[in-house]
Design a protein around this ligand. Sequence first.
Ligand code: KG4
Ligand code: ZN
Length: 335
Amino acid sequence: MKDIITLSIESSCDETAVAVLKNGREVLANVVSTQIELHKKFGGVVPEVASRKHIENIDAVYQEALDTAGIKPEEIDHIAVTYGPGLVGALLVGLSYAKALAFTLGVPLVGVNHMQGHINANYIQHKDLKPPFITLVVSGGHTHLVEVKDYQNYEILGRTRDDASGEAFDKISRAMGLGYPGGPIIDKLAKQGNKHAIEFPRAFLDDSYDFSFSGLKSAVLNYLNAQKMKKQEIVVEDVAASFQEAVVEVLTTKAVHAAEEKGYKTIALSGGVAANSALRDKITKMAGEKGIEIKFPSIELCTDNAAMIGCAGYHNFINGKIDDMSLNAVPNLKI
Ligand code: KG4
Ligand code: ZN
């Protein structure tokens, strides 16, 4: 059978990314141009700045992806592109570029849901992974517990009712003046801290698979304010470790519970927060005790990239899910 070459584009937030994949799981190129340095001084992503930077970057990122993969544009079989969820202006840059490419090359355009992309990162990392399994999609914008019934069939078991887990990391980091993005900074600091130092609340929400992190965020902010008022020392390592432990404990408990209750033997982590070392360690241990296997992508495949979009786009393509030029950006697209 002829190989299928996917060229994929991701521009939903602050990474301009283009990848080339062969047959959905073999990555020939995965180029990511991050804007993190640009947004750092604002303490978070500024949508307008992100869109403008995507426009400046995308051509060079596309060229680099082709060069790295060693392919010519004529060899591309279809274009996969993120059309949501994300920042509308940022999404539109990648989407317009994808449409222009699909049109000039005369190949199909395939829209991809960014969250499905995160889940698909696991197929690239683990060549033998097949549905069904449970996945925890934890990123800067989302926290979802999902049953992956098949490559194209997802059922959401629970979601955050307020802040996303990554958002909580970013906000706490900002409150402590540690910088952006908060996740990797807190992850690193927490290694030197005592996770039992401060007892922050865990919102288990009874039997629901939903999540809530805003109470925890307020508790950490209140703690920081109280320490300042009392002129008492804030041990940032301990705050980082105690906050992280509260997030990780809730995520881990719910995911393992869902796998047990639904009878799954595999949990796959996906999204930027899946890069968190404490989450990886705790869930691997807790799930292992119940005979459940934990899979997660490499750090580069956890955070935003186009290879994961290519893999999800390939599955759409081989299942006949092809779009036309009327495809529009959908900022609040659901899984
Ligand atoms: O998936 P992603 O790159 O972009 C979105 O789709 O949102 O996720 C970015 C989020 C940020 O909130 C960042 O702080 C968080 O993932 N993150 C982490 C870690 N690395 C990135 N959170 C906790 N621990 C990490 N090591
Ligand atoms: Zn993402």
